[in-house]
Ligand binder design. Sequence first.
Ligand code: FES
Ligand SMILES: [Fe+2]
Length: 340
Amino acid sequence: MFLRNGWYTALWSHELRDKPVAKTFLNEKVVLFRNAAGEVGALEDCCCHRAAPLSLGEIAGDYLACGYHGLKFDVDGKCVEIPGQVQVPSGARVRSYPVAEKWNVVWIWMGDAAKADPAKIPDMPWLSEPTWAATPGRLHVKSNYQFIIDNLLDFTHVAHVHKRTIAGDPREATEPMKAERLNDGIRVSRWLLDVKPPPLFAKAGNFQSNVDRWQFARWHSPSVVYLDVGCAKAGTGAPEGDRSHGISIWSTHLLTPETELSSHYMFCFSRDFSLEDADMSKLLYEGSRATFLEDVDFLEAVQRNRVDGSLDGLVHISADAAQLQARRMLGSMISAEQAP
Ligand code: FES
Ligand SMILES: [Fe+2]
């Protein structure tokens, strides 16, 4: 069901401060913590002494101290101290997961630690570089993560689901999309020329008339999707590469399965205009969250109808090409990983 050898997103960096954080990823209970030196550890959330959740403990300098009897663990899961006892048995350790911190995100590797290569984390400078203003958030969704990826690779739902936020023109429901298979994922794209601007973009970009609108989405296995979306005043050359009469927003979606039936959903709108404008940040944070909550209503309802998370027996339409390619690609990666 899940690809294990892949980088998943655990937390936004700012979510990990001076307290351990408990999360379930791929059905496994994990505790994340940042020690006094700033290093991040991700350990099985179960003490090797009497099985207390380590997330009930506290940060003690470079270590995480169990809240039950005070055993201390380093970021690699090794027990380094037992109160009232000189010797620490060599087997006193808990499982640790490889982690990496990049683009203001704490990434976790749930598979074979020897295969964890941080160079494979997708490049997303718009999440952390000072030339961008990012407005990150988080949702918890009672849906299998693949339904969420399906949704993000399908632009036609925008016209129906997002009438109040990012839908602008009825042609969004019908204009074809181009899906391409890449080495490590799928790209799907389209242009909508001379259309009504969507309400959220009209506000952010102060558009009074029709726009040329672009939507480029990229899925990276296992479950990162980002979109380069924007609008420019119609006929000002955006399709030829001149975006100076418009606004671009990078819309990032970082999904991690919690269980087969639920997912962690970290989202972020990043912009390269009005960087210091707090009202713009508020508009885009609240607008993006409201948009994705519109998706959540559908995703959770779909999940209730499709408990096994599959698309078996359902009818596909031409707009589904990208999501079907992504499902096939991920499916063969999972099969290859599980092959004896
Ligand atoms: S259960 Fe953790 S120290 Fe005893
Ligand atoms: Fe949506």
